[in-house]
Design a protein around this ligand. Structure first.
Ligand SMILES: *Cc1c(COP(=O)(O)O)cnc(C)c1O
Length: 346
């Protein structure tokens, strides 16, 4: 790996971050706060939130098995994705490499930051090959984007290929594990010690059932996390979000129960789709959704919309011609989808 300083945008490396009122006071117990121009009324919403979310991070550290100083919390994973560009790439100079197809935000953030985005097609089994990813890199490549289980394909990438990329690439490798709660693979966040160039993304939006609160996580070396903290908006996570996330992390068993039900339903849905005349193929999945190749994805999508059922049409995505991406819902919702597809005439 290149030296972190060499990888970092020079203005970011040299940045003196904004110092908020709540940053400057620390340590002593206090009960009179006249430092932040807050209104003294309307408690508790009148107070600025903890800028570094220390209570929440203590819980995240315990649940996720990652030290608190190796955790960044953002306004969704999307904040961490954007920060990776803003910290480690120079607009108009650097490029990034990513698997294709994958989650759309990696490219959108590349475009916003004026960074060349180099997609490398997966094989027909939606697997990546370390050699082909690395051969798309040059001296100006700063980031490689991986997603496992991948979206929209659902499958885990092969662990040994990911590790080979981590070992051989001179820049940073981001492994987005938004769906790892649904997989039995060992999550990469537990291997931060082995790979100083690894950034792992997690989110509250999927298995944890908290898409509304907007909370994403990045796990990485404490040096990388310090850079993210320097660049983020001072109060990027609201008090309301911090409180809701603390409540959620106090009860991880509830999430385990949801996951178990979702995985049972996933098996049932995959079997049922396999028997639909309009379905040609169901791809193997390690996530809470599956990709189904249909006779005519657009026609099926339009038919389902008329029935008030919305799935994701991935027909225009590379390697996904005529594919629909189906999220696993409740048993009732899943049955509604199956009934609609079975009733369909033409
Ligand atoms: C849904 C999803 C996310 C979650 O993004 P948030 O901004 O945290 O809601 C991240 N990565 C992938 C691959 C996803 O599919």
């Amino acid at each position: 790996m290149m030296d972190l300083k060499e990888l970092t945008r020079p203005n970011i490396w040299n940045l003196s971050p904004y110092s908020s009122a709540r940053n400057e006071y620390s340590g002593h117990t206090a009960n009179v706060f006249l430092d932040a121009n807050e209104n003294p009324y309307n408690s508790p919403l009148n107070r600025y939130p903890d800028p570094l979310q220390s209570e929440l991070k203590t819980l995240v550290a315990r649940v996720k098995g990652v030290p608190a100083e190796c955790i960044f919390l953002g306004n969704g994973s999307d904040e961490a994705i954007d920060l990776a560009y803003r910290c480690f790439t120079q607009p108009g100079v650097n490029n990034v490499v990513a698997i294709e197809p994958t989650y759309g935000m990696y490219k959108v953030c590349a475009d916003i930051n004026d960074i060349e985005y180099r997609p490398v097609l997966l094989d027909n089994g939606f697997q990546m090959n370390a050699d082909s990813l690395l051969s798309a890199c040059d001296a100006d490549t700063r980031l490689i984007w991986l997603c496992s289980p991948n979206n929209p394909t659902g499958n885990n990438l092969k662990r040994n290929e990911i590790e080979e990329v981590l070992r051989r690439f001179h820049g940073l490798v981001i492994v987005d594990e938004a769906y790892s709660d649904f997989s039995t693979e060992r999550p990469f966040r537990l291997d931060l010690d082995k790979f100083p160039n690894l950034i792992v993304l997690n989110t509250m939006s999927k298995a944890w059932g908290c898409a509304a609160i907007r909370l994403g996580m990045a796990f990485a070396s404490k040096e990388i996390i310090s850079l993210f903290n320097k660049v983020k908006y001072p109060y990027n996570i609201s008090s309301l979000t911090q409180e809701q996330a603390i409540e959620a992390f106090k009860d991880p068993y509830k999430v385990d129960k949801w996951i178990k039900i979702i995985l049972l339903e996933r098996t049932r849905m995959i079997d049922a789709f396999g028997m639909l005349p309009s379905c040609k193929k169901v791809y193997p999945t390690n996530a809470n959704f599956f990709l189904a190749e249909m006779d005519d994805a657009q026609a099926t999508y339009d038919y389902l919309v008329r029935k008030g059922i919305i799935v994701r049409n991935r027909n225009k995505v590379a390697l996904c011609a005529n594919c629909l991406r189906i999220t696993i819902g409740t048993k009732t919702e899943n049955n509604e989808l199956l009934a609609a597809l079975r009733q369909r005439i033409g």
